[in-house]
Design a protein around this ligand. Structure first.
Ligand SMILES: *[C@@H]1O[C@H](CO)[C@@H](O)[C@H](O)[C@H]1NC(C)=O
Ligand SMILES: *[C@@H]1O[C@H](CO)[C@@H](O)[C@H](O)[C@H]1NC(C)=O
Length: 238
């Protein structure tokens, strides 16, 4: 039985589990994400060539040999465990060197995540104003609340918030895309995660379609040290 489960999970196509970042054809999209969490940048062109240039602005580099980056058969780019150093511009080109889509991604450092729980009275970070030449507002740009983890009983839900900076009358930007080469040490420069209690009715169609499988089996009690359990295919983004 266990062997069957193993085969099943190894052969599971993991694409449905990926977080897909998409952007309109021929446009540039700017986005903040968290480091350490896999994402796929969409480009629907099987012969696509992907290039990357970091925020330090060096010449674009053809992305084919980086260890945690993989072009998928339909053309999109998969980033596994992306790091803050991979913040920068990603673009895909067709075989005539025309740019199809561009992504400017700020992989904010997950190890500095400021986590708060509303029910425990913990406060999220406050807005602050920095003076970097002019005055710049530093704030958290919150994503919508994610789904509740239970239904018809008390559960919890979370939302992610990214570090953004805004000059008066300008469009807000993810912090490290705004700062570029500028090195500032400032403890407010970090992403956030907030948790709150939730109580929602069950959506039965959704409940029966939740994928679920056994990935591995451990016997508890044999290990004396702390144990780290990972939830395969889980994502901080949902
Ligand atoms: C690019 O691909 C298209 C369609 O596959 C083809 O018609 C075109 O000639 C190719 N261009 C070059 C420069 O290879
Ligand atoms: C912080 O700044 C953002 C962006 O201007 C604004 O939307 C938000 O309401 C501010 N929050 C507080 C508590 O002032």
């Amino acid at each position: 039985m266990l062997a069957v489960l193993w085969l099943f999970c190894l052969s599971l196509p993991t694409l449905w589990a990926q977080i897909l970042i998409s952007c309109t054809y021929k446009s540039l999209c700017q986005q903040a994400l968290l480091s350490g969490n896999d994402v796929v940048l969409q480009c629907d062109y099987p012969k696509a060539l992907w290039y990357f240039s970091s925020i330090l602005g060096e010449d674009p580099l053809l992305l084919s040999s980086m260890p945690n980056v993989k072009k998928l058969p339909r053309g999109s780019l998969q980033l596994t465990n992306p790091q803050p150093s991979q913040t920068g511009l990603y673009y895909c080109q067709d075989n005539d060197s025309a740019i199809l889509v561009e992504y400017e991604i700020d992989f904010q450092d997950v190890t500095t995540l400021h986590v708060t729980h509303k029910g425990l009275g913990q406060k999220p970070l406050q807005n602050e104003t920095l003076s970097l030449g002019g005055s710049v507002l530093l704030f958290t740009h919150w994503e919508p609340w994610q789904d509740c983890n239970r239904c018809e009983e008390l559960g919890e839900r979370k939302r992610l918030g990214y570090c953004y900076m805004e000059e008066p009358l300008e469009r807000p930007m993810p912090c490290w895309l705004y700062l570029r080469e500028e090195k500032v040490q400032y403890s407010r420069l970090r992403p956030e995660l907030q948790v709150e209690a939730c109580l929602v009715p069950c959506d039965h169609i959704k409940e029966v379609n939740q994928p679920f499988f056994t990935f591995d089996v451990y016997q508890l009690g044999k290990l004396t040290n702390n144990m780290w359990l990972t939830c395969p295919l889980a994502s901080v983004y949902r």
